[in-house]
Design a protein around this ligand. Structure first.
Ligand SMILES: Cc1cc2nc3c(=O)[nH]c(=O)nc-3n(C[C@H](O)[C@H](O)[C@H](O)COP(=O)(O)OP(=O)(O)OC[C@H]3O[C@@H](n4cnc5c(N)ncnc54)[C@H](O)[C@@H]3O)c2cc1C
Length: 390
């Protein structure tokens, strides 16, 4: 019997498991797959694809009870976690910034890793691609960026990684290659030679595809930045983005380090329900079906995109626990010990497409704080935030 059973291993499920475990609860995470985080860019948007603010998000998703303490507490806790995991995130929800994507168009985001920098309005930019990576075309990126930021001057070119591969190389392959110091130094030298040959003496920003290493990102980023003596940014876009893989690997390692019991490649296929509580879930893997009991359950199954809901011609089905939901995916009968986080809250929170990282962070944090699992919450911020205030 666990204090808390988290279902789903996307951004929402992993944050819920990590933070609940940090509160002293015994936690299990059950997941069929890895979640959409691997297809994302790894930057935390408020309302993806829009310039929406926190107020817009709260209004659009009809969120009650997200006061400023909860919002600040959740963002602080995420940023603190990412510092501890060696991948600090910059930015704020008050002042979203514009970053460049792998297509050259800009997107608005709130929190981003150190390897990503906001795009200035003026100055000289160099877009660098790699001949082996076909889904990042510097000329295309430069053309689109010029349409977004007409006052920038932009150069672009490609260099070779000079590494053999038996298949088309992805940005992730390049990220792993560039973690090797020797490869990295040769690539940086080639880049400098090409700039010299093209009479580019100085730039304010160098844009690269998302290739600046995975676990060893800091050395890769520092070497590019210091040896080129300029600001560097990864242009996040087509998956797999190193930024997203980095985030996923770090969160996954942290759940393991903290001792969260992991049931991976395991599908929740039903639940035993009391009058107003979930008592246990039935979990099927390749070999058998087992019953896992818990005091509380966190449903982080990602809604329609994550597989936690199915949309039929005129109805929605909740596929994991067999919950009764209305046509919008809203729970009809709430359970005292069941918490719906992230996109599992139904169509209301995915009405504009996908829920962003900020919603995942804050809904996970809200659940952990509200639940007040086993031990008094630690830290100044958390002491101020009581269940009563929510
Ligand atoms: C292509 C794409 C790009 C994105 N890009 C961005 C971006 O740039 N910035 C941004 O802020 N956000 C982005 N997002 C959204 C962001 O990743 C969301 O925060 C996320 O999709 C929602 O996370 P989640 O954890 O709620 O669900 P998911 O990531 O969908 O995770 C659901 C989890 O539940 C598991 N699951 C489902 N059913 C069961 C079951 N029956 N039993 C066991 N496990 C089950 C799944 O295997 C998975 O692990 C993107 C999303 C997509 C799809």
């Amino acid at each position: 019997m666990y204090d808390v059973v988290v279902i789903g291993q996307g951004l929402t499920g992993m944050l819920s498991a990590i933070w609940t475990k940090e509160e002293g609860a015994s936690v299990a995470i059950i997941s069929q797959g890895t979640g959409r985080i691997l297809q994302s860019t790894g930057v935390m948007d408020i309302l993806p694809g829009t310039e929406g603010t926190m107020n817009d998000l709260i209004r659009k998703y009809q969120i009650k009870g997200w006061n400023s303490l909860l919002v600040e507490g959740g963002i602080d806790r995420f940023k603190t976690l990412m510092v501890q995991l060696g991948n600090p995130y910059q930015g704020s929800i008050e002042q979203p910034v514009e970053i460049v994507t792998g297509s050259g168009f800009l997107k608005s985001t709130a929190l981003y890793p150190t390897t990503v920098s906001p795009i200035p309005h003026k100055g000289h930019v160099v877009v660098v691609g790699f001949q082996e990576i076909t889904d990042f075309q510097p000329s295309y990126v430069a053309e689109n960026l010029a349409s977004e930021r007409p006052e920038l001057t932009i150069d672009h070119f490609s260099i070779s990684l000079e590494q053999r591969s038996h298949r088309t190389m992805t940005q992730l392959d390049a990220a792993r290659l560039l973690e090797q110091k020797e490869v990295r130094n040769q690539v940086i030298q080639r880049l400098k030679d090409k700039m010299k040959e093209s009479s580019i003496h100085k730039s304010d920003l160098v844009i690269l595809p998302s290739v600046l290493g995975v676990i060893g990102w800091e050395s890769v980023w520092k070497d590019f930045k210091n040896q080129l003596d300029t600001t560097i940014t990864e242009a996040v876009g087509m998956p797999p983005n190193a930024t997203a893989i980095r985030l996923h690997e770090q969160l996954h390692r942290e759940t393991t380090r903290l001792g969260v019991r992991q049931y991976l490649n395991s599908k929740v296929v039903g639940s035993k329900q009391g009058k107003q509580t979930i008592e246990s879930v039935m979990v099927r893997n390749a070999n058998h079906t087992i019953e896992i009991k818990g005091t509380s359950f966190v449903l982080a199954t990602g809604g329609i995109l994550g597989g936690g809901m199915e949309k039929m011609a005129s109805s929605i089905t909740e596929t994991t626990l067999g919950l009764e939901v209305d046509q919008e995916g809203n729970l009809i009968n709430p359970y005292d010990n069941l918490y719906l986080v992230g996109a599992s809250q139904g169509l209301r929170v995915t009405s504009h497409g996908i829920t962003g990282g900020i919603f995942s962070i804050l809904s996970s944090y809200e659940t952990v704080i509200k639940n007040n699992y086993r031990q008094p919450l630690g830290g100044e911020q958390h002491d101020k935030l009581t269940r009563h205030q929510l």
